[in-house]
Ligand binder design. Structure first.
Ligand SMILES: Cc1cc2nc3c(=O)[nH]c(=O)nc-3n(C[C@H](O)[C@H](O)[C@H](O)COP(=O)(O)OP(=O)(O)OC[C@H]3O[C@@H](n4cnc5c(N)ncnc54)[C@H](O)[C@@H]3O)c2cc1C
Length: 241
C-alpha cells in the first residue's frame, strides 16, 4: 500500500476517535487519518488547531505526541487552561466531532544523526514537543543518550509520568530527573524550580554531538536559556521547539 504524506496550508477537518485522560487537566485526543495516510512531519513539528470562538478566528500550535510515520491516526496531548481559548475548545469536543487543523509546520525538530547526547529541559506542557522525539529515539533504538529534566507544580501534574518511569526501567540510555514546586513527603528528586546547578548535574556536558531541547513557560525558557549559555552550551546546541 502506498502511503500518502499529508500536509495542508489551509485548515482541514479531523475527526476525534478516542480521548484519553493523562492527568487531572491534560488529555490525549486521537484524530483519524485515511488508512493509507500519515502526517508529513519530523518529531517535534507542529499543527495549528483553528476555531472560531465568540465570533473570532483563532489558532494555536500543537505538537503531535504520536510517532511521526504513524499511519491512520495522530495524537495531540493538550492541557486545559481554565481561561484558555483553544485548549478549552478542544477539551469541550467529544468523540466523533471534528477539529480544523493545518500543517504540519516545521518547529525545532529532531533529525536522526543530529546528536548522540540529548538533553530535554521541560516545564509543564513544555514536555509536549519532546514526547514524540523521546518516543522516536527509543522506539528506533537509536544510539543516543537521553537526559530529561522535567519541572512541574505537583506530582499529579506530571504528564506521562508512568511512561517515563517505564522508560527508566527498560532503557539504560534514558535518564529522568523530576523537579516539583510542591513535592510529596519523602520526595527524593528536585524541589522548587530548575536551577543552573541542576542543569549542570543532570544534563550531558557541552560538547560536539550534544544538544538540548528547551520548552516551557516563556519566563522559564528565558532564564534557563541564559543559564545554558553560561554553562557553555553553544547557541546552535540549544533548540527551542
Ligand atoms: C510549537 C508549540 C507547540 C505546542 N504544543 C502544545 C501541545 O502539544 N500541547 C499543549 O497543551 N500545548 C502546546 N502548546 C501551547 C499551545 O499552543 C497554547 O498556547 C495553549 O494550549 C494555550 O492556548 P489557549 O488558547 O488555550 O490559551 P490562551 O487563550 O492563549 O491563554 C489564556 C490564558 O491561559 C494561560 N496560559 C496559556 N498558555 C499557557 C502556558 N503555556 N503556560 C501557562 N499558562 C498559560 C494564561 O493564563 C493565559 O492568559 C504549544 C505551543 C507551541 C509554541
Amino acid at each position: 500500500m502506498e502511503i500518502t504524506r499529508l500536509k495542508t496550508k489551509t485548515p482541514s477537518p479531523y475527526r476525534i476517535t478516542t480521548i484519553q485522560e493523562e492527568t487531572h487537566d491534560t488529555k490525549t485526543f486521537r484524530f483519524a487519518l485515511p488508512d493509507n495516510a500519515t502526517l508529513d512531519m519530523l518529531p517535534g513539528d507542529h499543527l495549528y488547531v483553528h476555531a472560531t470562538v465568540n465570533g473570532k478566528a483563532v489558532k494555536r500550535p500543537y505538537t503531535p505526541s504520536s510517532l511521526p510515520d504513524t499511519v491512520g491516526y495522530f495524537d495531540l496531548t493538550i492541557k486545559r487552561y481554565e481561561s484558555g481559548v483553544i485548549s478549552k475548545y478542544v477539551h469541550d469536543r467529544q468523540v466523533g466531532e471534528e477539529v480544523q487543523m493545518s500543517g504540519p509546520n516545521q518547529g525545532g525538530h529532531w533529525i536522526d544523526g543530529m546528536a548522540t547526547r540529548v538533553g530535554f529541559v521541560a516545564g509543564g506542557t513544555g514536555i509536549t514537543p519532546m514526547i514524540s522525539i523521546i518516543r522516536w529515539i527509543l522506539s528506533r533504538k537509536l544510539a543516543v543518550e537521553l537526559f530529561l529534566v522535567f519541572a512541574n507544580k505537583t506530582e499529579a501534574d506530571i504528564i506521562l509520568g508512568r511512561e517515563f518511569g517505564h522508560y527508566l526501567r527498560e532503557h539504560s540510555n534514558f535518564h529522568c530527573y523530576h523537579v516539583l514546586e510542591q513535592p510529596p513527603p519523602g520526595w527524593s528528586m528536585g524541589v522548587g524550580r530548575i536551577t543552573p546547578e541542576m542543569l549542570r548535574e543532570r544534563l550531558p556536558a557541552p560538547a560536539s554531538g550534544t544538544i538540548v531541547f528547551l520548552c516551557g513557560p516563556p519566563p522559564m525558557v528565558d532564564a534557563l536559556e541564559r543559564s545554558l549559555k553560561d554553562l557553555g552550551y553553544a547557541e546552535e546546541a540549544i533548540i527551542l521547539p
